[in-house]
Each structure stands twice: as C-alpha cells, then as structure tokens.
Design a protein around this ligand. Structure first.
Ligand code: MV4
Length: 450
C-alpha cells in the first residue's frame, strides 16, 4: 500500500479521498488554491500545500506545481479525483515517468477511450454493441451524406475528441446535413483543437445507463451494477439512482458483461464507468467510458457495501481484487441528489458566496458527501457542486420518500441552491413512475411542469 497520497483536487471529492486515505491508514496531502485555503479537505487532510491563485489554470491544472508538491511531500501516488487532471493522459504518463503512481488507468487506456472514434472501433472489435454509424471518421461532406442516407435520418454527428455532450449535432433531415457537418467540425476544432467527427444513428429518448467497473492490475475485472443517470439538464446530471427500474437481472448480466469486455479491451485498471444508451425498445449501445471515479459513485457504494475509492486505491497499489463477480450483491435502492450553488429561476446561473447557515439532514439511510459548512465561502472560480445527498432504502418508493424527507431537512442560507428544484423534480409523476429520459427536464420545464 502507498505511504502518502497527494490529492490533486478540491471540494467534496477531495474530502471523499481524504476519508478513504484515513481509513486505509495512508497519509493524505491536499493541494489547494489560495481561495480554498480554509476548505474542509484542507483542514482534514494530514497536510496541505498551496499551489497557486484562484484560477484552475494557475493551480489545480498546473502539472508542474502538482508534481513539485508531490516531490516536496514525498507522495508515492496522486489521486486526481474527477475533472481537472483526471482524464489527462499526458499527466498520467508524466506520473509514470516520475515513479509516482497515478491512481487511475494507464495513459494508453485514457487515450484509447478519450478518442471516441477509436473507442468505437475498439468496442466493435471487442464485440460490444455500438450505435450503427460511420466506419471511422467522416472524411468529407459527401461521405457524411452517403453515410446518413444509408442509415436513415435522424443522425447525430459527434466530435471524436468530445464526450459528455460537447461538440454534438443532431441532424433531422437531408437538407440540413451539410451545414451541420461543417458546424460540428468547426465546433470540434474550436473546442478541442481537433476537427475529427463521426456519425451515429440518433436514438430518440434514450436512457443514460452506466456500469461501474473495478479492475486490478492482474486482469481481474468485475462490474458493480448500473446507475440510471437519465435525469440531466444540459448534460449535467441532477439525480442518479440504482438499480434502474428498466433493467432486470437478465439485461443487467448482458450489459455488465459488455461493460467488463469494454474495460478488458483497453487493459483497464482501477475504477471506471462504461456509459450506454438504452433505447426505448430495450436495445443498449456503448457510448463512452469514463476513466475516473465519478460524482455519482456513492449510489453504487451504498447498495453494494463496497468502498469504491478504497478499492480504486488498492487496485492502483497493485493489490488483487478481493471480490469475484458472484460475491457482489445488490441491496435495496439508492438515489443521489446533487446540490448545486445555482439559481434555477435564473436559468441555473451559478450562485457563489458565503454560506451563513448550513444544516444537513440525517437519520436512517441518509449520507451526505459535502465539503461545505456554516460560515464557509463558495468561490466563483470552480464548478457549482456543493454536495450530494444520498439516500438508501429497501425499495424505490421508500427511497423516493426518504429523498424528499432528506431534502426537506436540508437548509442552506446565504446562497441559492438547487435543493427545492430537485424536491419538485422528485415529486413529478414521471419521476415517481420512472418514466424519464435524457431530455425529460428540458421538456418538463418547457411545458411548465417544473
Ligand atoms: C447520443 C444520443 C442519441 N443517439 N447518441 C450525450 C452525451 C454523450 N455521451 C452522448 N450523448 C448522446 N448521444 C446517439 N447515437 C443522445 C445523447 C444525449 C444524451 C445522452 C445521455 C444523457 C443525456 C443526453 C442528452 C442529450 C443527448
């Protein structure tokens, strides 16, 4: 096991990793920016090192500063959390070169999955279902037109360097294809300095179903079931749950095996997530793989009883997975509600500032993952996630009731949050019946239902 882990992140995930380190008996060092100096992870870690001013580009994203901090502290591993450097293959490679363990997969695996067109090709080879689409990249507008006509409209053009919804264009009919093809290319070029695009058939009203993977460095890979992340707004997840109400044991086994095959195809190690689109007809397709620990990992933790961050660290340290697929049991239902410092009435504009009072819910089956406290200040420089409420109960109905009870107990004063919006969302008939899909929130808001 490692002696000292440097945590190259902030907020709730930095705190989550500090907690895992403490329980593993590993020392934790948190790097932080100037405005984060009084944050909870900084206070609770064994050590903290200030690496720069507020802007992430001058602190959390500065590879040299992170390495300097690791060297000064004698860290033997770096945990990147999510965001920032978590899916930066060059950073993972630099860690390898410096003999510091990157707690994540190999640089090769990050690159292989980071390029979406090549990930698609790898999945086809591995026998993992992908959405019917172009063979490789679109070479020009004629190729785009021929591919779309052969497949039938609507189609979706995606940036190969994209992911998470950036650089995508849905094309409904032939007349707008060429214009959308060039728009997608330009957007990709401007956003990712890479204009490569590919095409897929557009799946209407899909669900976003992702599978959690754990893999050691000895070829053992298990899946820990799915998370249904269909409640999103502009590609930002708001509520996640497990199990998905549309997945039975047979489909879970098929999708879980596909997820394990996807991970195996890139020699994956540590914790990862394989995202699928699930069509209304029950067909599933590989979408992308996230090569990091994700925001919504706790719902999987509470139903499996497995500490994913500790397991991720153990796998990175070279330990053998102590679990086999048959050992993994799923108990009850879990729902996570993200709490953002945003104002829903103003189009979810960020709402940073001082939290004058903060009172968290508790009681049976309630877990809070948050770095905020009464008197802390939410800085305007980073994402607006201020915490997550995770509830666990024997059934989905009980979990929904528990979630609403927990949100009623949650009080944050001083800033606007998405708490009440989430409570309203949980109260809608569609959510109670589980009849949601990826654009549900946008449609319900447009219809005045939210
Ligand atoms: C799609 C799709 C429909 N058909 N691909 C969005 C995020 C990125 N990972 C891929 N995304 C989508 N890809 C095909 N062929 C619809 C989406 C999509 C979506 C997916 C998951 C969650 C929310 C979404 C919202 C809009 C579109």
């Amino acid at each position: 096991m490692f002696q000292r882990i440097l945590i190259a992140n902030r907020g709730e995930i930095a705190l989550r990793i500090v907690r895992a380190c403490r329980e593993l008996g590993v020392e934790s060092v948190v790097v932080h920016s100037e405005p984060d100096r009084d944050s909870l992870p900084v206070q609770l870690a064994d050590r903290a090192v200030c690496i720069g001013p507020a802007a992430a580009t001058e602190s959390y994203l500065l590879v040299d500063r992170v390495f300097a901090a690791a060297e000064i502290c004698g860290a033997d591993a770096i945990h990147p959390g999510y965001g920032f450097l978590a899916e930066n293959a060059d950073f993972a490679e630099a860690c390898e070169a410096c003999n510091i363990c990157f707690i994540g997969p190999s640089a090769e695996a990050i690159r292989g999955m980071g390029n979406k067109a090549s990930a698609r090709a790898t999945m086809i080879e591995a026998g993992v279902p992908v959405v019917p689409g172009s063979e490789g990249l679109l070479t020009d507008e004629d190729h785009a037109m021929a591919t779309a006509k052969a497949m039938g409209f609507p189609v979706i053009i995606k940036a190969s360097a994209g992911g998470g919804g950036r650089g995508m264009r849905v094309v409904e009919e032939e007349g707008t294809l060429v214009q959308n093809y060039h728009a997608a290319r330009n957007e990709a070029l401007n956003s990712f300095a890479n204009g490569d695009v590919y095409m897929e058939r557009f799946i209407q009203r899909p669900r976003h179903i992702e599978f959690q993977i754990l893999a050691d460095k000895h070829g053992n890979i298990v899946h820990l079931g799915e998370r249904d992340c269909s409640l999103q707004r502009r590609h930002q997840k708001l509520i996640e749950e497990t199990p998905s109400i549309v997945i039975d044991d047979v489909l879970r086994k098929r999708m879980g095996e596909a997820a394990v095959a996807a991970a195996r195809a890139v020699d994956y190690a540590t914790a990862g997530t394989v995202e699928f689109l699930l069509s209304a007809e029950g067909e599933f397709f590989f979408m992308e793989m996230n090569t990091r620990i994700q925001v919504e990992h706790p719902v999987t933790e509470v139903v499996t009883g497995i500490d994913l961050v500790q397991e991720q660290i153990r796998c990175a340290a070279g330990e053998h997975l102590a679990l086999e697929q048959e050992d993994i049991r799923f108990d009850g239902h879990a729902i996570e509600i993200r709490i953002n410092a945003e104002c829903p009435e103003r189009g979810f504009a960020p709402c940073p500032g001082p939290i004058t009072l903060c009172c968290f819910p508790g009681g049976p089956g309630v877990r809070i993952d948050s770095h905020v406290y009464s008197g802390c200040v939410i800085p305007p420089y980073y994402d607006s996630l201020i915490g997550k409420v995770i509830v666990h109960a024997p059934t989905r109905d009980e979990a929904l009731a528990r979630a609403r009870r927990a949100l009623d107990e949650l009080h944050i004063e001083g800033i606007e949050t998405t708490t009440e919006f989430a409570a309203k969302l949980l109260g809608t008939e569609a959510v109670r019946k589980g009849q949601t899909y990826t654009k549900f929130i946008e449609d319900a808001m447009a219809a005045g239902d939210l």
